[in-house]
Design a protein around this ligand. Structure first.
Ligand SMILES: [Zn+2]
Ligand SMILES: [Zn+2]
Length: 249
């Protein structure tokens, strides 16, 4: 360790850090931290469609949060996965944190965001009930650019906590497509079609799979993954994402 590195190492331990969101002083120094007040204020999804996970602004006791309320299942999109759940809304400070995590190489936020997901996991949704935890794969070119797969970092922490095995290289991306973020719903589905392949279908035979992604937008990406996994022999695919872009209905 050089003299400068040695000094900055000790200074980092002595000087408290600042919260990434509110800039408030923290009582400890670790890279890329968020204060407990900011964690508690992130926008959680409390009411949602029990099938596709679409957020609702309140619980309607008359009809319940059932699929006929949602509207998503009437669309021509077939979702393929059995259920999807998302923990927060992709807005405000959660959006800010996810963008820092993904685009500004703050990979250390991954385990903290996964911890937040675990803390707020819906009671009826248990990741321990799956044979495998499977992160949505990135194309190798994008992986080189970003240096890490954000979904894999989330999936790792979730798999460790619920003591389930990770499946990481069986599903892979063969196309290098335009980033989904810039596309509309129909284009997203066309763009992603045929993008994923399975290397060893025998490993999926009659298995239940929990797919993990960072953000659910139209469901096109996780839907395509689910389709490919089911065709390869998986018995059941469900989806868990950190956040969801749709406004509550
Ligand atoms: Zn804060
Ligand atoms: Zn729905």
């Amino acid at each position: 360790m050089s003299g400068f590195a040695y000094i900055s190492f000790w200074l980092n331990l002595l000087i408290p850090g600042r919260c990434l969101l509110c800039d408030g002083q923290l009582s400890y120094q670790k890279p890329h931290q968020v204060c407990s007040k900011c964690w508690a204020q992130l926008p959680l999804i409390r009411y949602y469609c029990f099938d596709c996970g679409r957020p609702f602004s309140s619980f309607n006791n008359q009809s319940g949060p059932a699929s006929h309320n949602c509207g998503n299942h009437k669309a021509e999109i077939k979702l393929y996965f059995r259920r999807a759940r998302s923990i927060g809304l992709y807005q405000g400070d959660l959006k800010k944190l996810i963008r820092l995590f993904k685009y500004h190489k703050k990979s250390s936020l991954g385990s903290q965001l996964a911890g937040w997901m675990i803390q707020h996991m819906p009671k009826e949704f248990n990741p321990a009930n799956f044979d495998y935890i499977l992160p949505v794969p990135l194309h190798i070119k994008r992986l080189r650019k970003r240096e890490f797969n954000q979904s894999l970092l989330l999936a790792k922490s979730i798999a460790r906590y619920y003591q389930r095995p990770l499946m990481i290289s069986n599903l892979y991306r063969r196309h290098y497509q335009q980033a989904q973020a810039q596309l509309k719903q129909r284009q997203r589905r066309l763009n992603i079609k045929g993008a994923f392949l399975v290397r060893q279908p025998d490993k999926l035979h009659r298995k239940s799979i929990l797919l993990i992604d960072d953000v659910y937008t139209t469901g096109a990406t996780v839907g395509e993954c689910a389709k490919v996994l089911l065709r390869a022999g998986a018995e059941r695919v469900e989806v868990l994402t950190l956040a969801r872009t749709e406004e509550p209905v």
